[in-house]
Design a protein around this ligand. Structure first.
Ligand SMILES: NC(=O)c1ccc[n+]([C@@H]2O[C@H](COP(=O)([O-])OP(=O)(O)OC[C@H]3O[C@@H](n4cnc5c(N)ncnc54)[C@H](OP(=O)(O)O)[C@@H]3O)[C@@H](O)[C@H]2O)c1
Length: 270
């Protein structure tokens, strides 16, 4: 816990830090000495995370309760962070949610909500902090996508498409930052233990019933290591690596059938 830690004197903003992968990403950063700026909607949970991590790792931790799904939520968060006299050296865009189900007849609110949180807020926050990172030739952005980013997702179409956006956007910024010292990584977790699947309603799908579910800490550690190494894309789990390597060689119609199959209810023969 000395001043020699790589994050000493720097701050990291982690969105979705009240539970799940975001808590463990925040812990990885705190271990390396980064002061934490933690954002999500659940203030009490954020305070508990902040208290635990600052005591365990000797860093400062500030909490901002914010709904990043509201338009302008990212800007309001950045204004509050700035008003508190805090700067952001590393941005971790982790907050996100998914909603499973057939698109026809679905409620439009959650469909647009995924775009607002998983895409819009991520772009908004990155747009705010990116120029300063480039001007200083240091810092970085870790965007949390998903294995869903690599394929279209019948029966969870908007979520898969939102994560494809995150992957594409992140890779493009990685290239734009080449040679500047600013790091960009896109983390693509597969099924990971958290509240995500409960909120997404994927528990009864074939994927939900059969997927190998990773603990969130190894997923976060892989993502953080990727950011430190400026690794463009970080995949967690051997099976997921194999899938990502295989997908480009398969006909798209086969990929679509495969994804539809794993997103179907486990109990039906469809
Ligand atoms: N778990 C998986 O299987 C899995 C797989 C692939 C990708 N991912 C991705 O990993 C990321 C983290 O998910 P997780 O698995 O840790 O899920 P989680 O346990 O549900 O955590 C999601 C986090 O996002 C925050 N959040 C949700 N809506 C928000 C809003 N409107 N404004 C601000 N914060 C909001 C939540 O906090 P509040 O509810 O307190 O706001 C929470 O801290 C997501 O981007 C997800 O898409 C997860």
């Amino acid at each position: 816990m000395g001043p020699g830690r790589p994050g000493a004197g720097q701050s990291a903003l982690v969105t979705g830090a009240s539970m799940g992968i975001g808590v463990d990403l925040a812990e990885c950063l705190a271990r390396d000495g980064y002061d934490l700026i933690l954002a999500a909607r659940s203030e009490a949970a954020l305070n508990a995370v902040a208290g635990r991590l600052s005591a365990a790792h000797g860093v400062k931790a500030a909490v901002f309760a914010v709904d990043l799904g509201e338009h302008g939520g990212g800007t309001r968060l950045a204004q509050a962070v700035s008003a508190a006299g805090l700067k952001v050296d590393v941005l971790v865009n982790n907050a996100g949610f998914g909603k499973a189900g057939v698109f026809a007849g679905s409620e439009i609110g959650p469909q647009l909500g995924m775009i607002d949180l998983d895409v819009r807020a991520l772009v908004e926050l990155t747009h705010i902090y990116w120029p300063e990172m480039l001007a200083q030739n240091r810092g970085g952005v870790l965007n949390v996508a998903s294995m869903a980013a690599f394929v279209p997702g019948p029966l969870m179409a908007v979520y898969y498409a939102s994560k494809a956006f995150v992957l594409s956007f992140s890779e493009a910024l990685w290239e734009e930052a080449r040679g500047t010292g600013v790091h960009v990584s896109c983390l693509g977790p597969g099924a990971t233990k958290s509240k995500f699947r409960e909120r997404a309603g994927t528990g009864s799908t074939r994927l939900g019933q059969t997927a190998v579910v990773m603990e969130s800490m190894p997923v976060a550690e892989a993502g953080y290591a990727g950011l430190r190494n400026n690794q463009r894309v970080v995949i967690t789990g051997k099976g997921n690596h194999r899938t990502v390597r295989m997908v480009p060689f398969l006909p798209r119609t086969v990929v679509l059938k495969m994804v539809r199959n794993i997103q179907s209810p486990a109990s039906t023969g469809k």
